[in-house]
Design a protein around this ligand. Structure first.
Ligand code: MRU
Length: 360
């Protein structure tokens, strides 16, 4: 019987932290070789940090954008709430224009917009607006960690007592405000005494699995093996993978889930091999206004992410390149969606609608 272990939670690494000078981000483009931090002192810099993926992962970019709004409000030269209103819209538009797929970004900005509208209607002073916007960003930060812990407990119970669990991309502490979604499920399973060995897809082209998932799981002492993306099928056939758990950037009303490019491949492979395929995501990733995965906007990233690695060119000059950052896994491949509100199973349209009604 495996003993429950008290992990040294490196997962509480400061993915993003509000400071009096601005928002501090661990630089995810430099991990794992260098642990360095970027300080964003303006909302434009927060937007830049999101675009360049210094910070990435759906929940983390949502909360980062909320802090970006708070930062923009703090440094305005406007003298009143009314005077600040057009600038507030500009700040929100800039942050919303950073990355199109993760709905958490728009969820967070909409929440800030709703608060601002209320404060404006109640004739709050600019100082009150500044304080309340920052307090709202702090609340989102805390709620995100709490959601990860709760979904972790729900999902941890679904994982096998022992064996290999495959994950794709990084849906860990680095993709959230702490603990992680898919990696939160794995962390929780390990805390419950399960003997999990993680197989981390390297996740071309940005290598979130090889660099980030491996780094944060090693810090926790969770056994981890990095595999190239094209190795999953053969490991599944060999019986080494007992379950798959991934995060999501947006889950449509019918349960179709957008996540890092390559997730769809893994889902098909899991189905073929009779392996459960779990998606773990906070409710802020659920987008009931988008009916199916076909309507989810997929970000196209710069070609250089594919043509080069570590500053070195990999491909011949002028060759055609495509770099969609995400794909959509149809809900028929998903065994369960794990959220902080509970575990949902097909039919997802009904399950999601029902859970929204109960909790909403
Ligand atoms: O392009 P990225 O690195 O932001 O993509 C991240 C993912 O695809 C994650 O799996 C997803 O955002 C869930 S993070 C908890």
């Amino acid at each position: 019987m495996w003993q429950a272990v008290n992990l040294h939670w490196k997962c509480m690494i400061p993915t993003l932290t509000w400071t009096p000078e601005g928002v501090s981000f661990i630089d995810q483009t430099r991990l794992p070789l260098e642990e360095s931090y970027v300080l964003a002192t303006t909302y434009e810099e927060v937007a830049e940090v999101i675009v360049t993926m210094v910070v990435r992962g759906a929940p983390a970019i949502g909360v980062s954008a909320a802090y970006g709004v708070a930062l923009g409000a703090k440094s305005t030269s406007a003298k009143s709430t009314q005077e600040f209103a057009p600038e507030f819209e500009k700040i929100c538009a800039r942050l919303a224009g950073t990355r199109p797929t993760a709905v958490n970004l728009f969820w967070a900005i909409d929440r800030m917009k709703g608060l601002f509208a209320n404060l404006r209607d109640s004739e709050a002073t600019l100082a009150q607006v500044q304080d309340r916007l920052l307090a709202e960003a702090h609340a989102m930060y805390e709620e995100d960690i709490a959601a990860c812990k709760t979904m972790g407990a729900f999902g941890g119970a679904l994982l096998p007592d022992e064996g290999g669990v495959l994950t794709h991309c990084n849906a860990g502490a680095l993709a959230t405000c702490g603990y992680g979604t898919a990696l939160g499920v794995i962390r929780s399973a390990v805390e419950q005494g399960k003997h999990i060995h993680v197989y981390a897809d390297e996740t071309r082209p940005f290598l979130q699995g090889a660099r980030l998932t491996a780094w944060e799981l090693m810090a926790d002492g969770i056994p981890t093996t990095v595999i190239c993306d094209n190795m999953a099928a053969s490991l599944m056939k060999a019986g080494k993978i007992k379950a798959v758990v991934v995060g999501a950037d947006r889950i449509a009303a019918n349960g179709d889930a957008a996540n890092k490019i390559g997730t769809y491949n893994v889902a098909i492979l899991a189905k073929e091999h009779g392996i459960p395929f779990y998606v773990a995501a906070p409710w802020s990733t659920i987008d009931l206004a988008t009916k199916t995965g076909d309507a989810i906007p997929i970000e196209e990233r710069p070609q250089v992410e594919v043509t080069h690695h570590g500053g070195k060119q990999l491909t011949p000059n002028g060759v055609g390149i495509c770099n969609p950052a995400f794909d959509v896994t149809p809900s028929k491949y998903i065994t369960a969606i794990i959220t902080e509100r509970g575990v949902l199973r097909a039919p997802y349209t009904e399950a999601l609608r029902q859970m929204e009604l109960v909790a909403g």
